[in-house]
Design a binder for this molecule. Structure first.
Ligand code: C2G
Length: 133
């Protein structure tokens, strides 16, 4: 049987346990995990601020994980279909904060949403650190 490729996307800024868990769960769905790490420019465009860590740093962190086989820079949210085809993904896995948003890709691959890890987020961590400094 051929290798089953899983793809997922995220910013993975101020890397935390919620990020670890979704990457582990995504990896369990197949044999090869490919991760699109959002570009700094994409974050500035969509969220109005740069991530704490640069895209090179975030790529280095994510690619150092044993469950991750390949990383690339996600330049635009609108290119998901192209990335799915380019990497030959059989499954797209995302946290359920994106639930329903990627259902259109079901014609290209299986689409799976995992429950988010409760009580942890990059935004909450940044606010926590700022309020304690
Ligand atoms: N996540 C999670 N639990 C948390 C926080 C995040 O399961 N407590 C998951 C998210 O659901 C997402 C992944 O971790 O699937 C990465 O989260 P973010 O870094 O916040 O990524 P985001 O900015 O949502 O992705 O195409 C998507 C873009 O790249 C943006």
């Amino acid at each position: 049987m051929s290798e089953r490729t899983v793809i997922t996307f995220g910013t993975f800024d101020v890397f935390h346990v919620g990020h670890v868990r979704i990457l582990q769960r995504a990896a369990e769905l197949g044999d090869r995990l490919v991760v699109g790490v959002s570009a700094d420019a994409l974050n500035i465009r969509k969220k109005g601020r740069a991530p704490v860590f640069t895209q090179e740093e975030r790529l280095e962190i994510v690619s150092s994980l044993g469950v991750v086989d390949e990383v690339f820079v996600e330049e635009s949210l609108e290119l998901k279909g192209d990335y799915i085809r380019k990497f030959g993904a059989d499954v797209l896995a995302m946290g359920d904060d994106w639930k329903g948003r990627f259902d259109e890709f079901a014609e290209l691959c299986e689409v799976v949403y995992f429950p988010r890890t409760p009580s942890v987020s990059t935004t909450a961590l940044i606010e926590h650190i700022a309020s304690n400094s």
